[in-house]
Design a protein around this ligand. Sequence first.
Ligand SMILES: Nc1ncnc2c1ncn2[C@@H]1O[C@H](COP(=O)(O)OP(=O)(O)OP(=O)(O)O)[C@@H](O)[C@H]1O
Length: 646
Amino acid sequence: MAIAEQGTISIHTENIFPIIKKWLYSDHEIFLRELISNAVDAIKKMRMVSLSGEYSGEVGEPEIVITLDQDKNQLSITDNGIGMTAEEVKKYINQVAFSSAEEFVEKYKASEDQAIIGHFGLGFYSSFMVAKLVEIDTLSYQEGAEAVHWSCEGSTTFSLEASERTERGTTITLTLQEEEKEYLEEARIKQLVTKYCDFMPVPIKLGEEQINKQKAPWKESPSNLTDEDYLEFYRYLYPFQEDPLLWVHINTDYPFIVNGILYFPKIKPDIDVTKGQIKLFCNQVFVSDNCEEVVPQFLLPLRGVLDSTDIPLNVSRSFLQADRTVRQIANHVAKKVGDRLKELYREDRAKYISSWQDLGTFIKFGSINDDKFKKQVEDILIFRTTATLGADVPEGEGQEGDVWGDDKQADSYCTIQEYLERNKEKHENKVYYCTDEVNQATYVDLLKNQGIEVLYMDAFIDQHFVPFLEREYSDVKFLRVDAELDETLIDQDKPAEIVDPNTNQTRSDMIKELFEKSLNKPQLTIRTESLKGDNAPPAMLLLPESARRMQEMMAMMQNQAVQFPTEHTLMVNTAHPMIQNLINLSQGSVISGSGESPSAALSKQICEYVYDLALMAQKGFDADGMKSFTERSNQMLTKLTELAVK
Ligand SMILES: Nc1ncnc2c1ncn2[C@@H]1O[C@H](COP(=O)(O)OP(=O)(O)OP(=O)(O)O)[C@@H](O)[C@H]1O
């Protein structure tokens, strides 16, 4: 079809009112935030005009007063700001979406701390979400200005007339709709002022009483704040919570403006890392608790306040995420957080270490999630080690409850790089780690006694962090202490002694066979080695790293507890005197009638017992295992006592 007509689609203002009323903001309560923001702006503008010398009269103490009139069903907000002339009312109020803020700021070139809140020229109209009648009573600061009264009942018609007002400033009076009467309750208004306007820089009064805190600590210079000030602010924002570990004060005005105080709380295991607790402000006006779009995910466990006029807050979430400035701000905040951690590491190592349990979770989570952050913190990512590296903590500084315990003996911590460097000669590109200090104690001891250093990776997050480290250090092998025997633990020099000339069997072969027969578990691999060191146990279980990981992964995917791997190795220490005795015992010549000799039966029982003990060192027993272990123990003790009394 040929184009018959072209034109411009016209929008009628009549259509705009219902939209404002219904959909401008889904939350009706924010009308109060908008009107108070306008009042604060008017007061700031007055100060600016006065500073510019354009106004020489008294500015007076700034204040905003909220009045509630139950009888008239009215809520009003009065400020002693700049006021408006009839011309300004026509220009700024009648023309919806024509904000004077840009124009004003351009004219007076506002300094940063005087920044104006309003930008869009729609905030005022949000009052129609709750009011059936809105009135403005205003007198401009300008010489010779006449007070005016504007009123509108939520249609496109308004009336503008002269007013009796004699005081400079503006009063906005809302006659509330029937279903919005909650805004006549003092408690509701106080709650809203605390939520949105608590830190606005002008006293807000309900009658005689000031109901906002007014001071915004994040706008202060850090040098003016003491530790107690920071803690007090935290307790105010998050009452009944444990004090934070540390904080970072962000004060940036180039290339974007962002102020804030972020706190590191103690991290609870049940913390929801998808929900942020940082409060977003725009020019000291509370905007939202949803900081998920503005700060990188790994920073979500942090708490506190971020305030920026450069975050476009009236836009959709997806737009926010894609916004370049927002991304820059997010990166900047992350960098500041990293810097603060590095500063603590440098300047107060003892505190860093004593807070490591919480900071570590955060730093590891951040490293996994953000490459830039990882690079920033990799030199301060530490692990507790079995090596004694000299005191990280000066003598006498240990406190009860600190990681180095009551005996003031500091645990040592080091980075992966330091570990690798230090152990290069002994075992290049291998990291031995322990995930459970209690259950893996035997293995850790064995390695420690042979001078092999072990790192503790026993934090909740380490299960995910070890695979991450493996990707990072691709040529390094990470071995859990029970995964493999290090060559240095094995006495290689012991000659394979042939003890049975008929079969050519060595002692090791015989031990292996004895255990295989006695235990009769096809999935269990028996391995024999002669271990160095007097304290080496008679036997221990080895869980191959890859099989164990696979099991852990499956358990995680199915949301089940990790099962003990059925495929494992019982490593029998042929150098242990008990194992050596066992061979002699199994070959014992006592034959009693038909069947097994008593000594062979006893050696079988001891084999089972040795396996029990090795299992117990790893994971403990289930109910059946415990029962047979107790039975076996009692039988063995009975035999021992029989021997003793003979
Ligand atoms: N209490 C007041 N005193 C003086 N001028 C006011 C007052 N309230 C509103 N105005 C004027 O009306 C204009 C429009 O206000 P409105 O709240 O609609 O938009 P805004 O504050 O500029 O932007 P936003 O939509 O972000 O709130 C303001 O820019 C200001 O010039």
